[in-house]
Design a protein around this ligand. Structure first.
Ligand code: HEC
Length: 212
């Protein structure tokens, strides 16, 4: 009787070993889908070293830049592949995490960075509750573009337009402090001054709202 139990246990252990090796083989076979996206402050550097698409930049932390570019250039919209990184300005980043990480955001993780000459630090990261420096919720603004465009707003994808134009976002890209030398074009200084003024007015308004 005791021997029978022991044989039974042995068979069970053998069975479990077979199952776990089958599972790990399946994980290896499915390739990039099982790959882990590691996003930390070393993942983000000079925005202009990424690949330009129209007025913004893309990259892929798993090396699938072709997949990311195909999604970004699809005229009908597409789901961006795992590992995709999208940036319009140096301080705000969207990273496509592993499938199933966050169904509400279609697996996008939102980042608010602090950037300076020595690199990036992550001020905030997360899914539905990340606020940018102007107290705006990334997810809330981007969710109207969920269908078809996978949360990428650009223009005409359903998001409310922001009061910052592409001359201003271009000037911010060309003056990213992580790139070393700035590469300003004519009109950039004026665009940056305008932007700064808007931020000051915005902040003053917020300050007044807080007071009254
Ligand atoms: C007030 C609404 C609003 C908030 C808050 C906001 N965004 Fe956006 N975001 C937009 C709009 C609109 C665009 C498109 C702007 C354009 O190209 O004219 C955009 C563009 C972008 C882009 C370029 C790709 C695209 O969708 O066009 C990225 C990346 C991005 N935002 C990330 C973020 C992150 C990360 C946060 C939070 C830290 C954030 N955004 C907060 C409205 C917002």
């Amino acid at each position: 009787m005791k021997a029978a139990i022991m044989i039974g246990q042995g068979a069970m252990i053998l069975f479990m070993t077979l199952i776990s090796s089958a599972v790990s083989t399946a994980a290896t076979v499915s390739g990039s889908e099982a790959a882990v996206v590691t996003a930390d402050e070393t993942s983000f550097s000079c925005i202009r070293d990424m690949t330009p698409v129209r007025h913004f930049y893309v990259d892929n932390l798993l090396g699938d830049i072709e997949g990311t570019l195909a999604a970004a250039n699809s005229p009908e919209g597409a789901i961006y592949p795992t590992g995709s990184v999208v940036q319009l300005v140096p301080t705000e980043v969207m990273v496509k995490r592993e499938p199933g990480t966050s169904p509400a955001t279609s697996d996008w993780e939102f980042f608010e960075l602090e950037v300076n000459e020595s690199g990036s630090t992550i001020a905030k990261r997360g899914f539905v509750d990340v606020m940018n420096r102007f107290d705006g919720n990334c997810f809330t603004c981007h969710v109207p573009a969920k269908e078809k465009w996978d949360f990428i707003c650009e223009s005409g994808h359903g998001c409310e337009p922001i009061p910052i134009n592409h001359k201003m976002t271009g000037a911010l890209q060309r003056s990213d402090p992580r790139c070393g030398e700035t590469a300003l074009e004519s009109g950039d200084t004026m665009a940056l001054i305008k932007l700064k003024t808007m931020v000051i007015i915005g902040m003053t308004k917020k300050w007044l709202e807080d007071l009254f």
